[in-house]
Ligand binder design. Structure first.
Ligand code: NAP
Length: 501
């Protein structure tokens, strides 16, 4: 438990819409930010006249375009705005958030003043000096936001938490963008007084903002403290990952002081050095494990202290446990893949299993199926990759040729992205007609829950299995490796299924 608050930021272009959103935001928030810079002057007046009594503080913001806001007002106009607004708000509990170019003529006192600075293009290299210069204002709270595409881009702004105490200030450090989400989640536990949230997933007012309900229910930001065990998904793009919702559901159900956050990372070695390894890291939260996904499953291997036999054999690590200052690598994809398959197909030894693809998932799949005694055939468009993978695991291979792909197999596994929501959705490599001799079709794609391939398989009369079960099963194994306990698998499955609609 910490003393931080969730501030829901509300931005709309008309007064009516702004007031509607305020009605929705007030019950969710501890503090509500009124982004007046989104409104034209006459709309601002309408909002001020009808502003509800919130029984919680408002933060008033009028951010110019140079600081990432929407207001085109010049210096004099902005100064006039503040005088007018402060007068009209005198019956409300409110704070002001102003930029460093304005030293307001009307003072509210340091406790009710935030001075903020946004750096969208990395032009400020010395954030401690910037922080010192912002400390000249009569404001207890200083908000500094920088763009973070990679998780480590947010380290300098996070480290302002160390400067805050000696400057007798409170700091809100924000990494804007996907790479900075960890600052929004962990900030309150490490001394930030506020974290900003969007009203819902579709209305962020700044890059990387998380919805208030997710901050409260999924990330439990107000319950975290400096002892909280931190886990995270290490990926090139974390924006689609369902691992945070899945693992946080399990941690919450188990009553553990543990949290799972997204770490969007370009360079694994740099990330491990700057954020994870105790001897070199520049942040001090209690990191205990990682779920590793594309494109880092292979590149992380040389960076680890130990890699278990199965992960080494597959050539990919999807799970890291951090213990006694050492990093241990595991692969739970193979177990995760085979467990649901065996649940519906029983013993698969001797079954003919065709695996389409040669990427990371296909490698785990070929290993798992061959280890379970199946007669595996790799099918891929790149014959060299198919041959190499098949040779490595001593299985057969065939080229994948569009249009002439009748398959005769007990089990067909799709380990390619074909069918995934987005550009590949509604694509399939096989029609019902081509699947008439297949008994079971297993599509590792889980978004959408039912792919075109699974629909084709159903109409061919085959049994079907989607990727959700594997996603959950590999996550269950990860949880067991990290904690030594069995998680609430059904709850994990339900929340992920709900997110996928
Ligand atoms: P990956 O390493 O990028 O491999 C993708 C494979 O698909 C490659 O062999 C690629 O062939 C092939 N491929 C891509 N487009 C193709 C096309 N149009 N026609 C034929 N083959 C094509 O990806 P991955 O990590 O193995 O993941 C593959 C899929 O499995 C993804 O959709 C992922 O979401 C899913 N997956 C699911 C789970 C789960 O828990 N359910 C876990 C892991 C992965 P080339 O090499 O020729 O490009």
């Amino acid at each position: 438990m910490n003393h931080g608050k969730i501030c829901v930021s509300v931005c709309a272009t008309t007064a009516g819409e702004m007031l509607d959103r305020l009605d929705q935001a007030i019950p969710l928030a501890d503090v509500v930010e009124l982004r007046f810079d989104c409104l034209s002057p006459e709309q601002i007046d309408k909002v001020l006249e009808n502003l509800p009594k919130a029984n919680k503080p408002y933060i008033v913001t009028y951010r110019p375009a140079s600081q990432g806001g929407h207001s085109a007002a010049g210096f004099a106009e902005r100064t006039a705005f503040w005088s007018r607004v402060m007068d009209k708000l005198r019956d409300h509990d409110f704070m002001i958030d102003h930029e460093e170019d304005l030293d307001l003529p009307l003072k509210l006192g340091p406790e009710r003043t935030i001075v903020s600075f946004h750096d969208f293009d990395g032009r400020v290299s010395d954030l401690p000096s910037k922080f010192a210069s912002l400390s000249r204002f009569d404001a207890t709270t200083i908000k500094v936001a920088v763009t973070a595409d990679d998780s480590s881009d947010a380290i300098p702004v996070w480290r302002l938490l160390d400067e805050a105490g000696s400057a007798k200030r409170r700091v809100i450090p924000i990494g804007m963008g996907e790479g900075g989400k960890w600052t929004r989640i962990l900030g309150l536990a490490h001394g930030a007084p506020l974290t900003y949230a969007s009203l819902d997933a579709d209305s962020p007012t700044a890059p990387g903002q998380i919805s208030a309900s997710d901050l409260e229910d999924v990330f439990r930001v107000k319950d975290l403290d400096q002892e909280t065990r931190v886990y995270g998904v290490l990926a090139g793009d974390t924006s689609y990952s369902l691992s945070p919702v899945m693992h946080n559901t399990a941690f919450k159900a188990a009553g553990m002081n543990s949290i799972f956050v997204p770490f969007q990372v370009r360079d694994v070695a740099r990330f491990l050095r700057r954020m994870i390894r105790r001897e070199s890291r520049e942040v001090s939260f209690n990191i205990c494990g990682l779920s590793v996904t594309n494109p880092h499953k292979q590149t992380i291997i040389p960076q680890l202290d130990e890699v278990d036999g199965i992960a080494r054999r597959i050539g990919a690590v999807n799970t890291v446990k951090v213990e006694d200052d050492k990093l241990y690598g595991f692969n739970t994809d193979a177990d995760g893949l085979i467990a649901p398959l065996k649940r519906i197909a029983g013993d698969i030894s001797g079954a003919c299993a065709v695996v389409v693809g040669t990427g990371g998932a296909a490698r785990a799949c070929v290993f798992a199926l061959a280890s379970a005694g199946a007669d595996v055939v790799v099918l891929a468009r790149d014959v060299e990759k198919a041959r190499r993978l098949a040779d490595e695991f001593a299985v057969r291979w065939q080229p994948l040729k569009p249009g002439i792909s009748d398959v005769a197999a007990d089990i067909l596994v799709n380990a390619t992205p074909i069918g995934t929501r987005g550009e590949h959705e509604e694509q399939t490599m096989f029609t019902a007609d081509e699947l008439r001799d297949v008994k079971l079709v297993y599509d590792l794609v889980y978004n959408p829950l039912e792919t075109r391939l699974l629909r084709e398989a159903k109409s061919a009369g085959a049994q079907t299995l989607g990727g959700l079960d594997m996603l959950v099963a590999q996550g269950v194994r990860q949880f067991e490796i990290w904690t030594g306990e069995t998680p609430a698998a059904e709850m994990m499955r339900r929340v992920v299924g709900e997110r996928l609609g």
